[in-house]
Ligand binder design. Sequence first.
Ligand code: 4FV
Length: 266
Amino acid sequence: MNFYVISLFPEMIEQACSCGVLGRAIKHGLIRVHCINPRDFAQDRHRTVDDRPYGGGPGMLMKWQPLAAAIDAAKQQASAMAKVIYMSPQGKLLNQQSVRQVADAAPDLILIAGRYEGIDERLVEQLIDEEWSIGDYVLSGGELAAMVVIDAVARLCPGVLGDEQSAQQDSFMQGLLDCPHYTRPEEIHGYTVPAVLLSGDHKAIAQWRLQQALGRTWLRRPELIEALKKATGTAAPESTAHNVGWDDNKEKLLTEFIQANKNGSR
Ligand code: 4FV
């Protein structure tokens, strides 16, 4: 999968792509990240990429010409199915399911990282396929948002995560928050590891982890539990984990958790 990031600060992307899972995936050619700087396409001697907004108001906007030329250059390199995505607070809010759909479709992605107050709207109308948002807050640039997309999608690309299983157990893969995790030492300031995790009984461990994930989700994100219950019976996206949706086992585990939670012995 190829990611083309259109950015005035390619060094931000290159740095973030040089570390950890992403750095390894790029080194092994499992994904490729290309940066294209609109300033390299500016035609005036000051290489201007921004201008004042019509109608007045604070700040500047990214101009049509350098950005359109940069998008065109990316399209020359990318596959014909490439999607042009503008990262902006006005976009569709990303979640694990939309990330999963992108990773499955694996189109090349051309990610526009805006700066200033944004970009000329005619770029959005004429050259952008979709607008995506990473959250309801305003960043000073789209680079971090583009990196969030690259990181989240890359984790689901074949071979990027050492153990495929770990992607499946990621939070939200089953529409639930993740369960608590523990590692050595067994005791820290009197705080010990839940005994079931030391039992070697993998069925009991899987049930405990699922119950904890259900309980946390019920406590912290109850709307996700409702979404799971609603999703039941609807065709789970073929690619998601095998036990998506709601079932009697989850119902029993959550009921027990809520009971225990009531009498304070979680
Ligand atoms: C953003 C977001 C975001 C808006 C103006 C860049 C900034 C500046 N992108 N999800 N939230 N973008 O805040 O994606 O140009």
